[in-house]
Design a protein around this ligand. Sequence first.
Ligand code: ZN
Ligand code: ZN
Length: 362
Amino acid sequence: MPRSERNRLSLRVPFRKEEPAYALLGRLALRYGHVSMRSFADCMGLRRSHRYGSETLTAVAELSGIDLTELARWSPISCSPHNFQYQGTVFNGYKWIPERRRLCPLCVQEDLSVSKESRQPWMCHRRFWWDFSGIDACPTHRTWLINGCPDCKGEFESDYTNLQTCRCGYDLADYIPDVLSESDCKMDAYILARLLGSPHSRLDPFEDMPLPLAIRAISGLGSAEVFRNGNQNAIDQKQRLECKIAAGELFRSWPQSFDEGLDRRVAEWMAHQSYEIADGAPSVYGRLYRWLNRHRDSTYDVLRSRTAQHYFSQVAPHRRTKLFGCWSCPLGRISIDDLNTQLALLEAVLPGSSRTGDRRLS
Ligand SMILES: [Zn+2]
Ligand SMILES: [Zn+2]
């Protein structure tokens, strides 16, 4: 269809907040009887456009008659082959937009409940954050985002436009999902609020980190808390949420709750080790130490210094003890006994020196 004729589309869909351009295109497609977004895009002459490209955004705004600026508020735009940009922040595409589509079944049911008479599958709209892998549960409905049909278990395809009814015929309006607790969804609620720019309670020290870094820190530190000493690379959705909940506990009241977490690690370490804590700096904190040591970004300095401070409060100052490159015993804090030992060694090796008087320091 020539570009000039796009505006002549008479069937429209109502604008919905939080719906990205590619999802709005899917709803328009469904309204026109296309269950394949690709086939509809071909008809509209959008064949070569990348789903997350700015061309798609412009074309969909034109096609739907929705204000471009308003639509752009909810649309992640690809800015390089591996990244996309959302509200001025660059996110890693592989990590953030999974190929499998996800949805909240209760958001879908809410969309359908607006008007029972005019219930149409194209009334259900995709929220852009369903596709962010940093979020696993819908904070509004406190239920899992699902990535496949509860009945036939088929994956949700990015090309398929019907959110309500699976290809197998299963209607999501009939699905009764598990409901999680409010505390289980707290971290996802925090991530979503930051993504949307909504008011939220502070969560230090993540508050000062850009959102992609904050999410990486929440997941990484939570994972180091859940899998204290072992390595766990491939984790499922439930374990991912478990890690975020653990991070939430660790930072529920910074820095006291973080210190308490470190105390627990030291207590566990002491219960299972026979050698001195001063000998085992990295081991004491397990994966937490390894994670903080690997991520040398200055954003994590505050966490490293808090951990070092905790460690040094557990061991006697010693000039050979260090954590994250910080010595437990800076020069000014070398003990008197240490200095006396050094002095005795010096006197023993220097020619002509003898211990005639009491040269010991006190
Ligand atoms: Zn929901
Ligand atoms: Zn199905």
